[in-house]
Design a protein around this ligand. Sequence first.
Ligand SMILES: [Zn+2]
Ligand SMILES: [Zn+2]
Length: 411
Amino acid sequence: MDILRGFKDILPQEIKRWQKLEETARETLKLFGYKEMRTPLLEKTSLFSRGVGEATDIVEKEMYTFLDKGGESVTLRPEGTAGVVRAYINNHLENSPFRKFYYIGPMFRYERPQKGRLRQFHQIGVEAFGIQDSALDAEIVYIDKIMLDKLGLTDLRIEINNIGCPDCRPKYLKSLKSYFEKYKEKLCDDCKKRLNRNPLRILDCKNKTCKSIASNAPKIHEFVCDGCKTHYEAVKKNLIKIGIKFEENPHLVRGLDYYTKFVFEIITDKLGAQGTVSAGGRYDNLVEQLGGKPTPGIGFASGCERLIELMNYNEEQDIDYYFACMEDYTTCLKLAKELTDKSNKSVYVEYESRSLKSMMKKANKMNANFAVIYGENERKNGIVIVKDMKKSTQEEIKIEKFLENEVKRWQ
Ligand SMILES: [Zn+2]
Ligand SMILES: [Zn+2]
């Protein structure tokens, strides 16, 4: 039986990295009072068509949408923000003292599988509600950056842009459209389609010709309204004040319709063209668009698969004690049980007797710190042999002294 295309098992060997990633993210986000939220993987399709935007690639061709047995159109979440916004509205979280949230979990997009891109992928995301002030924009960029720093990512760049709002963006889109119309024949097939639906997306097309045409396209800064301009300038000032370096990229547009005023990406040059590790921005109209009271919002999301690839991770010990039992498994189990009771050390008890040599090999493969050897001789003499696997030294210990000895070792 094959696994579905674009899906992947995460096996114990790799899971340690995932746990480390999640731990680091949780610790960082906790520092600034962000609370975890878990929303369903399955939602009504209309949440995403209204929330993410009808004219986006995600909604048009990448969603896992189907009718459930009751005939309702449902969709596996392709991104995390829409669900969190829905939960914010449904649960009246505007009354909660905490209005800053994060989530960690799988998302689903029916994309062409390619290296580093899965149909079930994972994101860590953050959403904060109710604050209009540009200081929050700076906080969001900051916590994103320190999370990546704590994970050991290096060579990161932060790019920012003003994306306008529903008041001023249409004017810009109109001007973009008439600019690109002139080059219509030269644009790639995707961009020909984008021209009518979403000319903004032509700006971040990776095609060489499209890129060079886009380089002379009108810039959004010439079109934004006063509100957008003031906010964006204030974000820049705040970033400078808290010591965050950034570059402005007028071609930075996000693939989602809901962004307003300020967007950013954190990029590494280590992955080639697909270097974005985190991206986000403000979405001041989304809550209202999904049926809530007008409420500003801002957030970011980071792709876990990329973070896993880039994070600096030292292999930790898999197991503290490997019990190499050659007979009398019960005695080994009892020693192991007492050890875990009295210390927080992990144990692995071997219940498949084999040669000492092959058991030591296994202990090495498991990255064990110590091996506890118990065979016929040891049983007769009432001892165990404790072998330090890293130093390759060993000592004989009376069985009744084992626990005391080992607990002391770690104090
Ligand atoms: Zn505006
Ligand atoms: Zn193109």
